[in-house]
Each structure stands twice: as C-alpha cells, then as structure tokens.
Design a protein around this ligand. Structure first.
Ligand SMILES: Nc1ncnc2c1ncn2[C@@H]1O[C@H](COP(=O)(O)OP(=O)(O)OP(=O)(O)O)[C@@H](O)[C@H]1O
Ligand SMILES: [Mg+2]
Length: 468
C-alpha cells in the first residue's frame, strides 16, 4: 500500500509520524533483544550440559574403576528422562566404548589419545560435549553427551513472539496517544483554514476572532490570522461606508433626473418629436436601472452594517402583488411572454414591511423577465395556515445546482461574475429582507426548464393588527 504522505490530512500526518517514530525506534531494541538471546543461550546450554556431564561422570566413576559396564549402562539409561539428550557414550581410560545411550546405537569408534580432552562443539542442530572423568589425578574415562537445540529454538521463537507482541502493543499505544493529542496541533489550524475558506467564499463574519491557544507557532498563526481579519474588516467597513455615502448622495439626483425625464415624456416641457421621444424612452430605462442599482447598493450596505430596520404592519398580500406586477406587466407582454396570476380572487393579510416585500417581489419578477425568452411567468398566491406565500414561476433558462448554492449570498456582489448586467445583489437583499420579516425565500429550478422562487411571510394573527 502506497501512502501519499503529501496529500494526507494534517491529523493523519501527525498520527503517522508518531506511530512510525515509535515503531522504528523500538525495532532495534527488539532486534537486540532477540540477538542477545541467541548469543547467550548456547552458553547457558553448554553450562547445563557440563553440569549434567559432571554428575553422570561422578556417578560412573566407580563403575569404570570396577569395570562394571552394566552399572555404567544403567546410569546412562537414566538420561532418557532428559528429552533433549540425543546420545551419550562412556569411554574407559583407553578410549574404548564402555557404555552408550541409547544402547542400540550404531557402532562407535574408540577415542584416540588426542581426543580424550575436555571440549565442546555447537552446531545449529546439536551441542556436543566431551567430559574427562578423573579418579584422583588419573583419567578414569571420558563421557560424551549430545543434546538437541530444540530448547533454544523454542526459547528464541517465544522471545520473538513476545517481542512482536510488545512491538504491536507499543504501535497501538502510540497510535492511541497520537490520535488523542494530535488535535492540539491540528484543531487550531483547522479553525484557521475553515475561517479562511468562509471568508474566501464571502460568508465569514469579519467581526469574529479566533481563540488563540498558547504562544507557540500555532498560536502565532491564529494571532496573525486575527490581525489579518481585523485589517479586512477595516477595508470592508471603509468599502461599505464609501458605497453607503456615494449611493446615498446619488439616489436623490438620479431620482430627480428620472422625474424630469418622466415629465418631458408626458409633454410638460413641450411637444416632442418622435426621435426625441425615442431617446427619452431609452434614457428613462437607463435611469430606472441606475436608480435600482443605487437603491440596491444602499440596501446592501445597510444590511451589511446591520443598520436596516423593518416596519412590520398588516399588509394585503393581493396589494403587494398588484403593486409589484404593475411595473413589469408591460415589459413581460412586450417580450412576448404570457403572465398568469393565480389565487388572487381572495385576499388576506400578512405581517410585513410593504416596501421591502414589494422590492423583493420586483427583483424576483425582474430576474424572471431577464431569464425567460418564451413561455409564461406565473404568480401564485397561496393561503397557508400560518404563512402567506407568493410563488413566481417562469419557463426560462433555469439554474444549475452550483448557481443555486450561492444564489442568496453576497459573494456575487458587485459583478464578480463577468458579463452579467446586474450588480448581483438582488437575491442577497431579497433573502435579507425576508429574514428580517421572519419570512424566507427559497428556490427550485431545473436547467432549461425554468425556475420557481417562493416567498413566505407570516400571516396576520387575530388581534395582532390592532397592536401593530
Ligand atoms: N428566474 C431565474 N432564472 C434563471 N436564473 C436566475 C433567475 N433568477 C436569478 N437567476 C440567476 O441568479 C443570479 C442572481 O440574481 P440576482 O437578482 O441576485 O442578481 P442579478 O439579477 O444578476 O443582479 P441585480 O438583481 O443586482 O440587478 C442572476 O444573475 C441569474 O444568473
Ligand atoms: Mg436581480
């Protein structure tokens, strides 16, 4: 399994580093442990074999002295109680075989004079030992013992199993400890990253600061990030202040220019030629767009600064629809679209800010008109138990899920999307207005089929109107 370390989450990296360091550091210790055992155990084995040879040798001394091979054979036969002894042989002082174990062994050569000395030999399969039996200062005989290495093998394998268990256990412990402690490093950074993403998406609240944990590098990152957000907040406030002042200053003169254009079109300044009328009609359209843009900028800057107020009063839902539709009726028909009004035969009251609800509905209608080239724009009023609903449905271009996700956010503010005519503020303001009125606006849409915006507002509760 290949681990793409570079692309692992920080949390995973920390755990991996901790586990890898613990495991790698423990590995030489474990190996040393096994090697030490392999090195020292043969010596212990030889020592035990030598003790046994000493004992058996001492016991056989009398049998050798009295030339009693039967007793010697009996003594050697007691070795069968030791399962590791493979063979044994007792030689007399001349090196001839005196007794052997097991006694059905193949023929054994006599020992030459040079071989009648204390010696031992270890091979992977067996340990061999020659022990000289002394009677006073004379050599009474030589005892040969051969033991298997099974004891060492089983010890090494149980040591290896134990070492592996210790290794796995420390692996698990380091994994658990690292999993618990990693959050002290990764969590503060995670918070910085999440906030950065929010701000980059245009959704972060610039007035909020991150909690700074400690004075280490991670603390410094949070601290610096807070300073950075503070600077952004200042810039944002300056931007909002500027937009607010400029739009406020522009709103009245633009409204006045629009008023003059309206008057001229009505003939207040004298008879107009068809050409003059055509130019003035165009100026009227541009003037109205400008007025709407300036109003939107002013509203958005007020929403952002939290200084917008709503005036909730009982309002006729039918009236809201009629006022809003009035401005768009002609344009809808001029574009060759049909307009359908449903649920308008009965009226009921909602608790709303009339101007803001009309502005919201106008924006939704304006969008439907912009985005629909053929078909119908339907406006539906629904009387639900607790809320009044106005739906605007069109048969226009529709929207992708991606567009819908960002639809009501200010991230689209001020024409970030190239080639779009509006400021991109309409639906952000619409949602803010609806929320301020304890209502909501939701959308469903399908590319190529059309969209439906649903405005929901609380209905007037019996007795509430009198207080409002
Ligand atoms: N009925 C609709 N059908 C298809 N797309 C729509 C519809 N309503 C809105 N949109 C999409 O959502 C975008 C955002 O609408 P919004 O009203 O917020 O801004 P705008 O209309 O582009 O600009 P502004 O309203 O500030 O003049 C539109 O640009 C359009 O892409
Ligand atoms: Mg719009």
């Amino acid at each position: 399994m290949k681990i793409d370390f570079k692309n692992l989450r920080l949390k995973q990296k920390i755990i991996l580093i901790a586990v890898a360091s613990a495991s790698i550091a423990l590995l030489p210790a474990c190996l040393m442990f096994i090697l030490y055992e392999r090195e020292t155990f043969p010596k212990i084995m030889l020592k035990n074999l030598s003790n046994l040879a000493q004992l058996v040798g001492d016991n056989s001394n009398a049998a050798l002295s009295f030339n009693d091979p039967k007793t010697a054979q009996d003594i050697l036969n007691t070795l069968k109680t030791n399962p590791h002894i493979l063979s044994a042989c007792l030689y007399d002082a001349q090196g001839k075989v005196f007794a052997r174990f097991p006694d059905n062994q193949r023929e054994i050569q006599a020992l030459g004079p040079a071989e009648r000395v204390e010696k031992n030999e270890i091979t992977p399969l067996s340990a061999k030992l020659y022990h000289v039996i002394l009677s006073g200062r004379e050599t009474a005989g030589v005892l040969f013992l051969e033991s298997d290495m099974k004891e060492m093998d089983s010890r090494v394998s149980s040591y290896t199993t134990m070492t592996i268990l210790v290794w796995v256990f420390s692996f698990l412990v380091s994994f658990l400890v690292a999993s618990r402690l990693q959050k002290y490093v990764s969590e503060p950074l995670r918070q910085v990253v999440d906030r950065m993403k929010d701000i980059a998406r245009g959704e972060g609240d610039l007035t909020k600061r991150l909690q700074v944990h400690g004075t280490d590098e991670i603390g410094e990152v949070s601290e610096s990030f807070n300073t950075f957000v503070g600077k952004l907040q200042n810039v944002d406030e300056m931007k909002l202040g500027l937009i607010s002042v400029v739009s406020h200053q522009l709103k009245t003169p633009v409204a006045e220019i629009n008023g003059y254009i309206e008057n001229m079109l009505e003939g207040v300044a004298g008879e107009l030629t068809p050409r003059q009328k055509k130019y003035l009609e165009s100026m009227k359209g541009i003037g109205q767009d400008n007025y709407r843009l300036i109003s939107d900028l002013l509203s958005a800057s007020k929403i952002e600064r939290g200084v917008i107020a709503v005036d909730l009063k009982p309002v006729s839902i039918k009236q809201v629809v009629e006022i809003s539709v009035r401005d768009y009726e002609a344009s809808i028909r001029r574009k060759g679209l049909s307009l359908r009004l449903e649920g308008m035969d009965s009226d009921f009251m909602i608790m709303a800010d009339k101007d803001k609800t009309v502005e919201t509905l106008r924006n939704v209608l304006n969008n439907a008109l912009k985005c629909t080239d053929k078909g119908t724009i339907s406006i539906r009023v629904e009387n639900e138990p607790e809320k009044g609903v106005i739906e605007v449905e069109d048969t226009g271009i529709g929207m992708s899920d991606e567009t819908m996700e960002k639809l009501f956010t200010k991230s689209r503010m001020l024409g970030k999307e190239a080639g779009r005519a509006g400021a991109g503020l309409g639906l952000y303001i619409a949602r803010s207005f609806m929320k301020l009125q304890k209502g909501d606006i939701v959308v469903r849409s399908q590319i190529g089929k059309g969209s439906c915006f649903r405005l929901e507002l609380p209905k007037l509760i019996e007795g509430e109107g009198a207080q409002a």
